[in-house]
Design a binder for this molecule. Sequence first.
Ligand code: 5GP
Ligand code: MN
Length: 343
Amino acid sequence: MEPNISDVKALLAQPKDIVIFSHRNPDGDAVGSSLGLSHYLKSQGHQVNIVLPSDYPDFLAFLPKVSDIIIYDDETEEARAAIKRANLFFILDFNSFDRIDKVAEGLDKDKRPRIMIDHHLFPEPVADHMFSDPSASSTCEMVYTFIDDLGHAGWVTKDVADCLYTGIITDTGGFKYATSPRLFRTVAKLLEAGTDDNKIQDNIWNSMTEKQLRLLGHCLANQMELLPELKTGIIWLTKEDYEHFDIKRGDTEGIVNYVLRMPGMMIAAFIHEQPTIVKMSLRSKGNMDVQQICKSHFRGGGHRNAAGGASFAPLGTTINKFKKLLPDYAAEIDAAYLEFKNQ
Ligand code: 5GP
Ligand code: MN
């Protein structure tokens, strides 16, 4: 299953009809990597469609050709037709089929070739060619490397670079997490290709609506509980909040991170009530591994410092379950804190 770039080169030697998949509730990295790769593949004469299970957040509307993306929930027939026609699939920014739920139906037994490019931990065997690198900041960073390894760095146009840069900025929180010398070398190439750093960062960070700002205020003022002895803070939202603030997808983006602005905090939890499930997002600093917590207790996963999961229990029960399991991690939290402070 170790990927071989020459095999991939051979696959792409003839024009292909390609579908790129990325995950439900797509973020900047999912959309940026899919669009960036799509612009590149089109420049090589391939037919390309991007299929996402659900819509992308409004702040990504500035990305070139983003409206060409087929949203499975809204355009099911078009998505199915594109999938039926395809003779090659890319799987970007996810590594298990449950992240695209019904879009993945039948794919596991499908004989058509699949290429995965992803930076999440513990990939499942979802593709014939699996480019997996959990040390990468983002799938966008990996897509640049992929194009470069194909010998095509010169085909990274401004459109490709803008898309890839967007995912790098969102997944690293503006170069706050998962950075490396390799990442900054890649970023230099993207800027050389014409990306306007200030403009993209402005599009990403200064795109809040009044509703989002007021919602953030509500969370911080009324619905945040700090557990200083466990270096953890919890923010929650109820179904009623969703109605009262008319919360839509993307409106809660980034709220969880505020807890970690306090130097004594190592874990931030954002727990929110959806129509049928309770979803949670965990964030952490340093070596504190929240992926493990999500995997062991909330049927989830993700990365060491950013993970998510879900629960079928009511909101209050889920919050209590989280608070009850934390003491089991107290030693790990303290050790991670000491290491983080002393580094
Ligand atoms: P977020 O908290 O922003 O929704 O997600 C943070 C990270 O955790 C993302 O990289 C995402 O892939 C992962 N993640 C979020 N929810 C789930 C989930 O339900 N299952 C798994 N396996 N990963 C998740
Ligand atoms: Mn990502």
